[in-house]
Design a binder for this molecule. Sequence first.
Ligand code: SAH
Length: 202
Amino acid sequence: MVDALRHRGISDEAVLAAMAAVPRHFFLDKDFVEHAYEDKAFPIACDQTISQPFTVAYQTVLLNIKNGDRVLEIGTGSGYQAAILAALGAKVFTVERQEGLYFQTKKLLDELGFKTVKCFFRDGSKGLAEKAPFDKIIVTAGAPVVPEPLKAQLAMGGILVIPVGESVQRMMKITRISATEFQEERLENFRFVPFLEGVSRK
Ligand code: SAH
């Protein structure tokens, strides 16, 4: 899997080492375990998907994680992206709107010993005000627009990585320059599951 990522242009050695260290097969439904190290997305509970390894690597490189960074993730899903951030030394706060996935993934991350990942069940469009500010924020679902609370919860110099768009999303890297100024970079296109408002208890 790491060779495939290098082949697709991922060259950040710290990110590649984290992806080599975290076993992806723990984060997949048992039906897909034999495919865990293919560069593909797969279905998980609640009609969601575990992101493709290339996408995880791409977003993680953009975040430029430093040891001890406080990182907010919107869209816990399988927990794989959160585990990669933790492996890079981040203190991770991850938010999920599907109750079933929240419980399942919180249990898994506890069992696997990821003590620096804290899980929250709520609508991430409002961010996580009580734990702000964050050095980095990552959104792992396709958002129609950039939610203002996420920008407001960035520390000065902080980075928000978010895929923006309806059926196809453009990856955006937004850096907070000052209290009122943000620098935006529009990067490549991806396809994510939709970013939805409110929570689901199904
Ligand atoms: N990071 C995950 C990707 C899962 S797919 C992984 O590594 O597996 C995206 C997830 O975002 C889904 O589980 C979906 O339920 C969640 N999501 C979508 N909109 C959300 C919102 N407003 N708040 C919190 N989670 C959301």
